[in-house]
Design a protein around this ligand. Structure first.
Ligand SMILES: *Cc1c(COP(=O)(O)O)cnc(C)c1O
Length: 396
C-alpha cells in the first residue's frame, strides 16, 4: 500500500497553500533542484560536450521513456521523449495518416484546442482530400465507421474530467480498421492506463501535469511495436536517424520509437523529470487512483452540500471521471480568483468552469476540506463580487 505521507514529503509546496492545480502544472519535487544543479555544474560545467556521453544525455529520451512506460502500460523501448505535446500530437497524427488510404480524422468537441488545431493543420497541408470530423464525446462510438482513418481523442477531458472508455473505443476502432491516437495529458500519472491492452497505436502526453517535470518539460510519445517499423516520420529530424553521427544527407529512420525524436533533447528539463519520477518508486498508480476517487467524492459531496449554486460539471460516476473535479457557475472566474486569494489554488476554464486537480501524491483530506469550507464561505457571503476578482488575466 502506498504511504501517502511519504510521497507528500517528497514535494516542496509553499506553506499555507492548498494546491488543487497539479493537473495544470505539477509542483516542485524536493529532489529536482539538486538534480538539475548536478546536471548543470558537474555534467555540463565539468564535462562540457563530453557529458553527452559521460552523463548519458543522448540516451535520456528513451531511458526516461522507459520510466514512464509502466504508468501507461507500454512495453520498454516504445516511449520516447522530447518537444512539446502539440508537436507529439502532430507527429503521431501524421504517422497514423501515412498508414492508411482513408482520409477522415475523427475527434470530439471535448478535445484540447491544440490537438484539433494540429489536425486542421495537417488536413490543410496534406491537401489530399483529408477531413476532420468533430462530434460530441458521447457520439464518438457511433461514428467509428469504416471511412474513418484515425481516431484522435484525449482520454480525459481537460474541462470536465469526463473520461472516455479507452478499451471499448480502442476495440471498436481496431475492428473497423481505424488507427488510434490517444492523448494522455490528463491520464499519465493520474490513473492507470494500459495502452497495450487497449491496442493503442499511438499515445502521447505531457510530463508537466501529473508527472511534475516542471514548466516546459518534454512530452512523451508511445508507438505500438506492431506498427513502429512501418513509419516514415513526417518530421524526420537528425536525432531520429538510424545513425545521426554519420551525418548522412539521406534520412533513414532509427529503430522503433526513437525515430520520433527530432532534434537535441532538453537536457535540463529531462534532469528535472528524472528526479520528479522518483516518487513512482514508492507510489503505485492503482493506489493513487483509489485515493483520487475517494478525495474526488469528498469534494463533490462537500461542495454539493455546502454550495448549491455550483453545478457539478464532471461525471458523477467515479469510473467515468479522470482525476479532476469541475463545477460550473456564471461567475466562475471571480469565484476562482477569490478562492486563490484565500490560498486555495484551482483554475478557471472559459466560459464558466472551476477546475480542481486531485493529486494524492501531495494532497489529502485537509486540502479537500479546506477547499469546500473556503468555497462555502465565498459563496455564502458573495465574497467573489469584487472588481479585483472580476478582472481577467492572460494566464490564470
Ligand atoms: C495540456 C495539454 C496540451 C498542451 O500542449 P503543449 O504543447 O504541451 O503546450 C495538449 N493537449 C492536451 C490534451 C492537453 O491537456
Amino acid at each position: 500500500m502506498t504511504d501517502f505521507a511519504a510521497t507528500r514529503a517528497l514535494f516542496d509546496l509553499p506553506d499555507g497553500i492548498a494546491y488543487l492545480d497539479g493537473n495544470s502544472l505539477g509542483p516542485l519535487a524536493r529532489a529536482v533542484p539538486d538534480r538539475v544543479a548536478r546536471t548543470m555544474t558537474r555534467e555540463w560545467g565539468g564535462d562540457l560536450i563530453g557529458a553527452w556521453n559521460s552523463a548519458g544525455w543522448m540516451d535520456w529520451p528513451e531511458r526516461l521513456g522507459d520510466r514512464i512506460a509502466p504508468l501507461i502500460g507500454a512495453a520498454p523501448g516504445t516511449v520516447t521523449l522530447g518537444d512539446t505535446l502539440s508537436i507529439k500530437v502532430h507527429q503521431a497524427l501524421a504517422a497514423a495518416l501515412s498508414l492508411t488510404d482513408r482520409r477522415v480524422i475523427l475527434s470530439d468537441t471535448g478535445n484540447f484546442p491544440t490537438d484539433l488545431y494540429m489536425a486542421q493543420g495537417l488536413v490543410r497541408t496534406l491537401d489530399a482530400g483529408h477531413a476532420l470530423r468533430v462530434v460530441a464525446p458521447e457520439e464518438v462510438e457511433s461514428h467509428l465507421s469504416d471511412d474513418i482513418a484515425v481516431l484522435l481523442l484525449t482520454e480525459v477531458d481537460y474541462r470536465t474530467g469526463r473520461r472516455h472508455d479507452m478499451a471499448r473505443l480502442g476495440d471498436r476502432a481496431r475492428r473497423n480498421g481505424i488507427i488510434t491516437v490517444w492523448d494522455l495529458a490528463h491520464s499519465a500519472g493520474a490513473l492507470p492506463v494500459d495502452v497495450t491492452a487497449c491496442g493503442a497505436d499511438f499515445a502521447v502526453g505531457c510530463t508537466y501535469k501529473y508527472l511534475n517535470s516542471g514548466p516546459g518539460g518534454p512530452a512523451f510519445l508511445h508507438v505500438g511495436p506492431q506498427i513502429a517499423h512501418r513509419i516514415d516520420p513526417a518530421l524526420p529530424g537528425w536525432l531520429g536517424h538510424a545513425a545521426p553521427f554519420d551525418f548522412d544527407p539521406q534520412y533513414r529512420p532509427a529503430a522503433a520509437a526513437k525515430r520520433f525524436r527530432i532534434g537535441t533533447p532538453p537536457v535540463l528539463q529531462m534532469a528535472a523529470l528524472d528526479a520528479a519520477l522518483d516518487v513512482w518508486d514508492i507510489a503505485s498508480i492503482h493506489d493513487v487512483r483509489a485515493r483520487s476517487v475517494d478525495l474526488s467524492r469528498r469534494l463533490i459531496d462537500g461542495v454539493g452540500a455546502a454550495c448549491p449554486a455550483l453545478v457539478l460539471a464532471s461525471p458523477g460516476d467515479d469510473a467515468a471521471r479522470g482525476s479532476q473535479v469541475s463545477f460550473r457557475h456564471p461567475q466562475g472566474y471571480a469565484i476562482m480568483q477569490a478562492l486563490i486569494a484565500d490560498g486555495v489554488i484551482g483554475d478557471f476554464r472559459a466560459p464558466d468552469i472551476l477546475r480542481f486537480g486531485i493529486t494524492p501524491l501531495y494532497i489529502g483530506l485537509a486540502e479537500i476540506d479546506r477547499c469546500v469550507e473556503t468555497l462555502a464561505r465565498i459563496m455564502d457571503r458573495g465574497l467573489w463580487d469584487d472588481p479585483a476578482f472580476r478582472r481577467r488575466q492572460a494566464v490564470t
